[in-house]
Design a protein around this ligand. Structure first.
Ligand SMILES: [Zn+2]
Length: 282
């Protein structure tokens, strides 16, 4: 490795991420490094074609000579996540029980000792965070204009569609973009007990929840910054149809909605273990 090697340009990295399905081309891991298939010392240049994604283990194996170049090239030609249409699950390390769980949603904070539900839409929580005897679990569902799930965290297990425009997982922050400058999600994981949703476009049944660092709007209405805390369960905003078992002081039944798209959209992410996925036809 040469000292004067320039950084890989960001647009090139994004192209490589997308082509590789946002994971190690061999095992699909969301924690990866950029690998020059033919060594930098031989080519002395960065090219999209010669770059691939490998997790730490596979990268080490390649460096040691245990993983031949031909095997990496074969995986690069048909990355596992691209074949599956969905990324391999990544397990977030929200582990042991914590005294106070906190969801930071833009300029709002929702805290509780056992369960935190920042908002429900038509009785469905798009985010929740809970502590059980097994430990702390984070749950997040991000849907598209067709009401189909594009990214899901289910009991700390992160998966997402492999054909998004960009997903970047650097440090503790996961960033999803639909197009240049068009952010769908910026989420920062702070185990053991905090999650920061800095930016997000949540949508469900035509209800749009737009999260920005200083403002959250629901169906176009601004929700002023608030902090809610309870010993047991905190329920933030109840939006749309009420559910008989969900009680909250903050309820909006008449919320403006945009039409949900129907037709030939991209297919929903295929989830394992019978996790329910709502598709646009329901
Ligand atoms: Zn790997």
């Amino acid at each position: 490795m040469s000292d004067d090697r320039p950084d890989i340009p960001e647009p090139m990295k994004r192209e490589v991420r997308q082509r590789c399905g946002f994971g190690c081309v061999i095992c699909g891991s969301s924690i990866y490094q950029y690998d020059h298939m033919v060594e930098w010392s031989q080519l002395q240049e960065h090219t999209v074609e010669n770059l691939t994604l490998l997790c730490g283990t596979h990268h080490d194996e390649k460096t040691k000579g245990l993983l031949p170049l031909a095997t990496v090239q074969q995986a690069n030609a048909s990355p596992i996540n691209v074949r599956n249409g969905v990324t391999e699950p990544y397990g977030l390390h929200y582990g042991p029980k914590a005294p106070l769980l906190t969801v930071h949603l833009g300029d709002n904070k929702f805290m509780a000792g056992v369960s935190v539900f920042p908002f429900f839409v038509d009785g469905d929580p798009l985010i929740f965070f809970q502590s059980t005897d097994d430990g702390v679990g984070l749950y997040v569902t991000l849907r598209d204009d067709y009401n189909r799930t594009v990214l899901r965290i289910w009991n700390n297990e992160l998966i997402h569609r492999a054909d998004l425009w960009d997903v970047r997982f650097e440090g503790t922050t996961l960033t999803v973009r639909d197009a240049p400058g068009d952010l769908r999600l910026v989420i920062r994981f702070a185990p053991p007990a905090d999650v920061y949703i800095e930016r997000a476009k949540f949508q469900y049944n035509g209800v749009q929840i737009d999260v920005k660092p200083t403002k959250v709007t629901v169906g176009g209405q601004t929700m002023s910054g608030s902090a809610m805390i309870n010993v047991g369960t905190t329920v933030g905003w109840v939006i749309g149809d009420r559910h008989p078992e969900i009680e909250s002081a903050f309820s909006w039944q008449d919320i403006s909605r945009v039409p949900v798209k129907f037709g030939d959209g991209p297919p929903a992410v295929g989830y394992r273990q019978g996790v329910h996925v709502t598709d646009g036809s329901e």
